[in-house]
Write a protein that binds this ligand. Structure first.
Ligand SMILES: [Zn+2]
Length: 289
């Protein structure tokens, strides 16, 4: 059969790309995360460091992520960042770092007592801590697994984190989403529409707030129904959130599904983690229309 030239070229380029990827990629393995707590440089962070270490925060995160098959070991690190309240994935070091300063900043804007909506001082810190690690691990996976990205990478990393969060047990999913939502809401109150915030690679805090709530509501409309009833998530946005979630779930499963070791994931899911059992259901089996 005669193959049209363009089709033949596309076919050839696919084959050569695939062969190159296979030849260049080292073996994929589970349990590829390591945990490092760096002693803080600022004595003000000593208490935070000791708390996080005693709670085995990074060990638990490492265990949770162990079902992802990766070519190289990735380090999850808590460290002092000389005053920079940030978090980052550094490809050269294969390291995801969250700064004590970031957690300190999150702690400063946490409520002092539980809010009527159920945001507790504890969840307002734990939620963002977990989310920021997932966001940065998202960047690491895109890089290490050569995941193609449509749209902005920061949005994709936020979506990866949100997708993961909504698969935790109901209580943890809710606590985490509310905790992160609280943080974005406080940041949005302080934000100004400056050139630098508009030019930033991240969405505005207010947009990240609505995006997170939309993914959560789209995935679990019953669990997060009150967010719409109380108008935290406007009805106009809410009506398409199931589709938004479905699109994210389809992309993640299509592009990253083969890097999941199902047996290890089942073991992780069977363990008590982050205050409860993980739910097994993973939505988005069908392509969005
Ligand atoms: Zn990012």
């Amino acid at each position: 059969m005669k193959v049209p030239l363009l089709a033949a070229m596309l076919l050839l380029s696919t084959i050569s790309l695939d062969s190159a990827a296979v030849a260049a990629s080292p073996g994929l393995h589970v349990d590829q995360f390591r945990a490092v707590y760096e002693a803080p440089k600022n004595p003000a962070h000593q208490g935070l460091y000791e708390q996080l270490k005693a709670a085995r925060t990074l060990e638990r995160l490492r265990q949770f992520l162990s079902f992802i098959r990766l070519p190289r070991v990735l380090t999850l690190k808590l460290a002092g960042c000389d005053g920079d309240d940030n978090a980052a994935y550094v490809p050269e070091d294969l390291t995801v770092t969250v700064c004590y300063e970031y957690l300190e900043a999150v702690r400063k804007i946490a409520p002092t007592t539980a809010t009527p909506d159920g945001v507790t001082p504890d969840n307002a810190v734990r939620g963002p801590l977990f989310e920021v690690f997932l966001h940065e691990v998202g960047h690491a996976l895109f890089d290490q697994l050569h995941i193609p990205i449509l749209g902005r990478e920061e949005d994709a990393a936020d979506q990866f984190a949100a997708f993961t969060l909504v698969h935790l047990n109901e209580q943890t999913a809710r606590d985490t989403v509310l905790g992160v939502g609280w943080m974005y809401a406080q940041e949005a109150k302080e934000a100004t529409l400056s050139r630098s915030t508009l030019a930033d690679v991240h969405d505005l805090a207010g947009q990240r707030f609505y995006n997170l709530l939309c993914i959560a509501y789209g995935a679990e409309p019953r669990l997060f129904a009150d967010l719409v009833e109380k108008n935290y998530l406007p009805a106009d946005r809410a009506e398409d959130c199931a589709d938004e979630y479905g699109q994210v779930a389809y992309a993640i499963k299509t592009l990253m599904g083969r890097y999941v070791d199902v047996n290890t994931r089942e073991q992780v899911f069977a363990q008590d983690w982050a205050g409860g059992r993980l739910r097994k259901r993973v939505g988005g089996d069908t392509p969005p229309h």
